[in-house]
Write a protein that binds this ligand. Structure first.
Ligand code: PHB
Length: 450
């Protein structure tokens, strides 16, 4: 069943609301710390909540028997359409990737609560639609949002196939498609209207291969979900690790749907590599850890590591002490030590007690930042081509650290951090130690050089 959520938040003076929020976040505030910076090798780059949905019938009804006094009341309604910029947020709110939909929709709502609903003089209205993680549904919803709801921007896209299915629509309709989650490298090449605020798998994986080499691991097995981002991770890891002199003893691919990692983990137990590199999409990490332990691999000496999708902040604190010491490379940790992140995490936890934001949430939050900043630049002009142009080259400080939109590729340029799971005040966090700075998607960077 599909669930639709439609809301318009009227500006509330959230600042005042923030000051009365006084609970401690789950597990306390993100732990403080410092990060060593590794400079980039590449080129420099720079409430009152009110539901206000007016059906056509209601408006026509209101216009019959019109009087001068009534006209004065109705004028704001007539101005409504021009003053509002609609964003169609398509997410898996149900199904196996529902945690991605929950994290992103909450972060988008938080962005509006913290920054108001106005950008470039327009009121930004978000319409959330549940695609259940099925690409045909995403595509149909995108069409409906453009044709019926007249959205100026499409956003969300929890999985690669969902983003790719929508690309021809954003191209044809000339509507910006802000990819907040999906992370296969080539996605931005599927439409000139795609702008990404999440990450790319090769971007996060090449540093993971370097980390493996640095740790002295010579023989590694890779285990990935068998679709776009998994194949990207497998290839990026294999190329970098073998160039560093390492050996990939086996490259295992696990079906995305209803995965059972057990037979693949048995193969790892038999082969006894120095380490096992894992990519699974957000929401699947806890199952990998459970089956890793069930096979006794935690006591076998095989080191488990991966991109940050594995020790996902959405699930990390429930994974158990077995993950203490697990290293990963990623663009966001809820423990990132910065004032911007502390404000973000504290507000997220206040708004969603018992939860903590993960990298999906930050992709959604920054997707909204890109939309707002573009609207400011165009002074509220929501023409799709102008908005995408305005997004190119945007740079700001996100809760994840500094980030920008590559003007050439429309993909995100950001720091990739080396992290290790540690227990702080009784809770598990990905503690960052070093940063590879201003990392571009290596796949597109390599194409640009040719
Ligand atoms: C993707 O489908 O592109 C995807 C989904 C979840 C992740 C990473 C990539 O954690």
């Amino acid at each position: 069943m599909r669930r639709d959520f439609r809301r318009r938040v009227v500006p509330t003076g959230y600042d005042a609301a923030v000051t009365v929020l006084d609970e401690d976040p789950v597990g306390g505030s993100p732990p403080a710390g410092t990060i060593r910076r590794i400079p980039s090798q590449g080129p420099e780059t720079n409430s009152r909540e009110t539901i206000m949905t007016f059906s056509k019938t209601t408006r026509r009804g209101a216009l019959t028997g019109i009087s001068v006094a009534a006209l004065a009341l109705i004028t704001p309604f007539a101005a409504y359409a021009e003053d509002v910029v609609k964003v169609g947020l398509i997410l898996p709110m149900t199904g196996p990737s529902a945690s991605t939909g929950r994290q992103i929709s909450q972060a988008v709502a938080l962005y509006q609560a913290m920054n108001g609903t106005k950008a470039g003089g327009k009121t930004v209205e978000v319409i959330v639609k549940d695609d259940t993680g099925v690409a045909d549904v995403t595509k149909r919803l995108a069409q409906e949002l453009i044709v019926n709801d007249k959205v100026s921007v499409l956003a969300g896209f929890g999985l690669t196939p969902l983003a790719l299915a929508t690309a021809p629509i954003s191209t044809q309709a000339k509507v910006p498609q802000v990819v907040m989650a999906a992370a296969t490298a080539t996605i931005t090449e599927a439409s000139p209207y795609i702008v990404r605020t999440s990450f790319t798998l090769p971007q996060a994986t090449v540093p993971a291969a370097d980390l493996a080499t640095k740790n002295g691991w010579k023989k590694v097995i890779t285990l990935v979900s068998d679709y776009g981002p998994g194949i990207d991770a497998e290839k990026a890891f294999g190329a970098q690790f073998t160039a560093n002199g390492g050996t990939v003893a086996a490259a295992l691919r696990v079906p995305l749907k209803n995965p059972d990692f057990a037979p693949f983990l048995q193969r790892v137990a038999d082969e006894k590599p120095d380490a096992l590199f894992v990519f699974v999409p957000s929401g699947f990490g806890a199952l990998v850890i459970k089956q890793f332990v069930e096979r006794g691999l935690d006591k076998s000496g095989v080191k488990l590591f991966g991109t940050g999708d594995l020790p996902d902040d959405d699930q990390l604190d429930g994974m158990g002490d077995v993950v203490i010491g697990l290293i990963s490379t990623h663009h966001y940790s809820a423990a990132h030590p910065s004032p911007e992140n502390k404000a973000f995490v504290d507000a997220y936890v206040k708004a969603n007690p018992g939860q903590r934001p993960n990298f999906m949430a930050v992709g959604g939050y920054d997707g909204m930042a890109a939309i707002y900043k573009a609207l400011e630049k165009t002074k509220g002009d929501a023409d799709g081509t102008k908005l995408v142009e305005a997004m190119k080259g945007l740079a700001w400080v996100s809760p994840r650290g500094p980030m920008s939109i590559d003007p050439e590729t429309r993909d995100v340029i950001q720091n990739i951090y080396v992290r290790k799971v540690e227990k702080v005040d009784g809770h598990l966090w990905n503690i960052e130690s070093e940063a590879f700075e201003k990392v571009k998607d290596p796949v597109k960077a390599a194409k640009m050089k040719k």
